[in-house]
Design a protein around this ligand. Structure first.
Ligand code: PGA
Length: 252
């Protein structure tokens, strides 16, 4: 059985004090709800405060970063290394979000290096993939997503592949209020599972968790989660309010 994982991607929002209030509020509403793995992904500068809160209050909440460099240290101005994140007991790292690909030039090769570095340092990568509207309309969804997933997981060993979370996030659904239908999300998540099966075997493919992301809300989460291949959600806008995010975590 795959344990569903709901992760909140806060993007470039929340000052440290707001971050602490948000996590406290979320925890109040989801404490004891252990059917789902909940993860919050604040901006880097919020991580120390959120980490301290989670540890001191004993919250069963994962702490994710939104990006990470693949090297441990060096001349990489503006970057944050795995060792730095490790210090703050970060558990997950979002890698290759479409906004990083679109605005910061991230490539499939860079995503692969980061996924490998994340695994080597004991993080769970949340590796993102997804097509643009133009690609969907041109019937290229499958080829785009298959290529991104194959490249992102390139040269991983089976145990590494097993622990990766893959987030299918169609770019046209992100921040638009136009979520994919549950059937469309399930179809692409199923295609991703087939890719994993071909490259790493069926046992790994059955274990790997695949999230859907893009305008997920408390109103559409149940239907998305009812589909066979959808094992959770990566949530942007709706992760910034405690009651709304908690409503997604408690979907069932
Ligand atoms: P959204 O963002 O939920 O605001 O659409 C999702 C994401 O970018 O991860």
């Amino acid at each position: 059985m795959r344990k569903p994982v709901i992760a909140g991607n806060w993007k470039m929002n929340m000052l440290p004090e707001e971050a602490v209030t948000l996590v406290r509020g979320i925890w109040q509403e989801i404490e004891g709800h252990d059917k789902v793995e909940a993860v919050v992904c604040p901006p880097f500068v919020d991580i120390p405060a959120v980490s301290e809160l989670i540890r001191n209050a004993g919250m069963a909440v994962g702490l994710g970063a939104q990006n990470m460099h693949w090297e441990e240290s060096g001349a990489y101005t503006g970057e944050v290394s795995p060792l730095m994140l490790k210090k703050f007991e970060v558990t997950h790292v979002i890698i290759g979000h479409s906004e990083r690909r679109q605005f910061f030039g991230e490539t499939d090769q860079g995503v692969n290096r980061k996924v490998k570095a994340a695994l080597a340092h004991g993080f769970i990568p949340i590796m993102c993939c997804g097509e643009t509207l133009k690609q969907r309309e041109a019937g290229e969804t499958e080829s785009v997503v298959v290529n991104q997933v194959k490249c992102g997981l390139f040269e991983l060993d089976t145990e590494g592949a097993r622990s990766v979370i893959i987030a299918y996030e169609p770019i046209w659904a992100i921040g638009t209020g136009k979520a994919a239908t549950a059937d469309d999300a399930d179809e692409v998540c199923g295609i991703i599972r087939e890719v994993v099966s071909r490259d790493f075997g069926d046992e790994i493919a059955q274990a790997v968790r695949i999230q859907y992301g893009g305008s997920v809300t408390p109103d559409n989460i149940s239907e998305l989660m009812s589909r066979e291949n959808v094992d959770g959600a990566l949530v942007g806008g709706a992760s910034l309010k405690p009651d709304v995010f908690a409503g997604i975590v408690r979907y069932s």
